[in-house]
Design a protein around this ligand. Sequence first.
Ligand code: PEP
Ligand code: MG
Length: 324
Amino acid sequence: YKAELKKLVNAESKSTDGHKVLLVANIGSPKDLEAVKANGAEGVGLFRTEFLYMENDDLPTEEQQFEVYKEVLENVDGPVVVRTLDIGGDKKLPSLPLPEEMNPFLGVRAIRLCLQRPDIFRVQLRALLRASVYGDLHIMFPMIATLDEFRQAKAILLEEKEKLINEGVKVSDHIEVGIMVEIPASAVLADQFAKEVDFFSIGTNDLIQYTFAADRMSSTINYLYQPFNPAILRLVRGVIEASHKEGKWTGMCGEMAGEAKAAPILLGLGLDEFSMSATSVLAQRKRINSLSYEESKALANKCADTCRTMDDVVKIIKDETGIE
Ligand code: PEP
Ligand code: MG
């Protein structure tokens, strides 16, 4: 089986009826780049930049960050989606004490922190902008709940870009700027967001947590982690359709994107880019390359439109595709 998968390292990710998608990898540091290549990922769909901030006692400098982003961009053929700092929730920083909150996952996290601390945010954005000439950089803001947050973040990005250009520094003109859709509010309002962002990436780990109001770290209520609940399928479908109406694209970088059962569903819902741990890429490519897009579309819509529970969805997927 492993040898068979290895043959797919340089293959496209394409349904039997010719519908192409992108299978890319989630990474946490440049150390993961080897696995990206070895497993035939077509790019990076999520670079979690937190490690840069978590491994040292001090905040990383612009120069330190620039070197890391440059290294990643130089070593990936294909798009690289870098997510700006997503700290808070369960992730704490030695160099940046956060307020004690009753519900840290509902508190100062990710873009909320960055907008409160633009001094820290600007350093990361400058490093990214400087590195942009070394590859196909996409910048992604996490935990966006409102369009105002996106506009504020993008305005800061554009300010730093202009400053750099005035300093004579080269910055790419082709950087796409998108958001993670991981809060129900942005999923519901995706049609409006789609007019202003360049792309969406659905973060199902958080989107499921916030949709079911169930802490993703809790083991006592983990039955509420329900990626195949029709409620999630409808949210995901709405986001993808909204992006396509505006000529934009949608990826997914939560765990769901690499799950076996998700292959026919997400293919059928029209997902453009699947981002997962590099070691899942080849198996997911094998599944997608054996599925029909038209049949998957019918299957996914049937699940989203007629199923009442996650078990209903799981059963239909198994009956129609054999995948479980
Ligand atoms: C997600 O929420 O699905 C996601 C990819 O981000 P993280 O797991 O880093 O919160
Ligand atoms: Mg998340």
